[in-house]
Every structure is written in structure tokens, then in C-alpha cells.
Design a protein around this ligand. Structure first.
Ligand SMILES: C[S@@+](CC[C@H](N)C(=O)[O-])C[C@H]1O[C@@H](n2cnc3c(N)ncnc32)[C@H](O)[C@@H]1O
Length: 276
């Protein structure tokens, strides 16, 4: 395998079943309680506002828990992901919960034809999504094409500053060691684990990823004619991004234990496609 997509897809395909049975994704919670929503979407709600009646697409939806959550808030959702095993898990979730959500298997860059040219009121994405894409400009072209005039992009994502840091150090210092800006070359990782609690053992351990600076993301969207409607930086993320250096709060958010004000750990960006 030498295409980044094949390498990354193998990694996600192997992790999806382990994620679906991990307490951290709490699939059983969705089955047991038709009002249950993920803590990611619960965090988003104040900025997301009322999504009732909106036609939405969730790019890089993984096993569908955030997609179903948005549907439970009243949006008519489609989830899209390039990992067939993730899509299988997402479909299995809604088969058990009876939520009316459909899932499409496609690379993000092919989302426009894969979704039949449909345009949406809401494009939702994030939490470990953009880092798998080599070109933020190409992503912005896709997002713009997927939005109806007046439609909105909502993204909460790991902050590019966070992605640039080394693993936790005994002295607690935050050290920048990886690219902040987008580079042509991928950063190649070889990691046996995953970001949730699981006993699963993985063999597909290689991934290729890219960082994109905050300015690069904003300007890529602006170049496609989208108007920035909000940009909020947060000191927390919904997973333990720097193991051993973070503490979880009662909303499921992790922030630096020591002086959390040092690091923008995630951000919420909203952008609107103007009406003609
Ligand atoms: C960390 S998950 C993010 C989803 C969501 N935050 C969650 O945790 O459920 C990343 C997802 O991106 C998908 N992905 C990675 N590269 C992709 C690509 N080029 N096109 C479509 N999906 C992709 C993976 O299959 C995976 O399901």
C-alpha cells in the first residue's frame, strides 16, 4: 500500500469495531435511551443553536454517533465516511436505534458526486477529521459545493497548535515538534493504540496525516466565498490528547491539568455560504 487513503482506511477499518464496543463511544447509551446524544454534540449545542428541520451532512462521520445525535436534535442527517467498516457500524447503530439517518461510503474529496450533487443547510465535521486530508483548499472546495446558499459549515476540531506538540513530557513542558502549517509531505505515524478505552489489539498501525494552520483553514474557506460566522478557541478536547497531562471534567472534556490556559486545544469555526 502506498496511497495514503489505503493506509489510513486500513487503520480506521480495524479500529471501527473496537470503537463501537468501547465505553467511550457509548453505543449502548444510544440504544437504551432515544434521547441520548454524544458528549461531543452536547458540547456543541450552545454554538450550534437550533438545527431542527435542517438538512445536514456529517463529513467523516466514523461510526455515526455524532450524526445520530444531530438527527435527535431534529436535523435530517446523512453521514459520510471512506471506511466501509465504520459505515457498517454506523448502519448497524441506526438499525438498532431506528433513527432515520443514512450513511454513504466515500472519500471526502468525492463527497459531491457521492451525495448525488445534493446541497445542504448544514455541513458538520470535526474532532479528528481534517488531519487526514492533505489539502485544506481541496476540502474547502468540497464544503462550499455541498452547501446551499445560506447554508452553514459547523466544525469543532482539534486545534492545529495541539497537533504540533510532542507527546507528554515528564517536565510538563509543551514542546512544538511537528508541523503547524500544511506541508506536502505527510507526517507518518506508527502507533498500535487508539484514542478510546479498548482491549483490542491492532495490526494496521501506520497512518499518514497533515496539519493545517488556523489561518490556512479560514483563508481556504474564504477563497471559496464562505463568510466567517464565528471562531472560538477552547482549552479542552473530547479525548485525552496528551496522555498523562490532561484531566477530564464532568462534561467529558479533557484539558491540561497544569495551567490549561497555555493551550488552545480545540476550536469551533462556523462559516456561511452567502445568498446570491
Ligand atoms: C476520528 S474520526 C472523526 C469522526 C468523529 N469525530 C467521531 O469521533 O466519531 C475520523 C474519521 O475520518 C474518516 N476519514 C479519514 N480520512 C478520510 C477521507 N479521506 N475521506 C473520508 N473519511 C475519512 C475515518 O474513516 C474516520 O472514521
Amino acid at each position: 500500500m502506498d496511497d495514503y487513503r489505503d493506509i489510513n482506511r486500513a487503520n480506521w477499518d480495524e479500529r471501527a469495531p473496537a470503537h463501537a464496543t468501547s465505553p467511550d463511544y457509548n453505543v449502548q447509551g444510544f440504544i437504551d435511551d432515544p434521547g441520548h446524544i454524544s458528549h461531543v454534540v452536547r458540547f456543541d449545542r450552545p454554538l450550534l443553536g437550533d438545527v431542527g428541520g435542517l438538512r445536514g451532512v456529517h463529513l467523516q462521520c466514523h461510526i455515526g454517533t455524532d450524526t445520530v445525535s444531530l438527527s435527535r436534535l431534529g436535523a435530517r442527517m446523512t453521514g459520510l465516511d471512506f471506511s466501509p467498516v465504520s459505515i457498517e457500524q454506523a448502519r448497524s447503530l441506526v438499525a438498532r436505534t431506528r433513527d432515520d439517518v443514512n450513511f454513504v461510503e466515500s472519500d471526502v474529496y468525492d463527497a459531491v458526486p457521492a451525495l448525488g450533487g445534493e446541497q445542504f443547510d448544514l455541513v458538520f465535521t470535526g474532532i479528528g477529521a481534517l488531519c487526514w486530508l492533505p489539502s485544506i483548499s481541496r476540502w474547502a472546495v468540497t464544503v462550499s459545493a455541498l452547501l446551499k446558499p445560506g447554508g452553514r459549515l459547523f466544525i469543532r476540531e482539534g486545534h492545529p497548535m495541539l497537533w504540533s506538540l510532542t507527546d507528554a513530557r515528564p517536565d510538563g513542558l509543551l514542546v512544538v515538534d511537528f508541523p503547524y502549517f500544511e506541508r506536502t509531505e505527510a507526517t507518518v505515524w506508527d502507533e498500535g493504540g487508539t484514542y478510546v478505552e479498548t482491549d483490542a489489539v491492532f495490526t494496521a498501525t501506520t497512518t499518514h496525516s497533515w496539519n493545517h494552520g488556523l489561518g490556512e483553514i479560514v483563508m481556504a474557506l474564504q477563497a471559496e466565498g464562505l463568510q466567517l460566522a464565528g471562531l472560538v478557541e477552547h482549552d479542552s478536547v473530547p479525548w485525552e490528547a496528551l496522555p498523562g497531562q490532561m484531566t477530564k471534567d464532568d462534561r467529558g472534556e479533557w484539558r491540561l491539568t497544569d495551567r490549561p490556559w497555555r493551550l488552545p486545544a480545540s476550536y469551533t469555526l462556523q462559516a456561511v455560504k452567502p445568498e446570491p
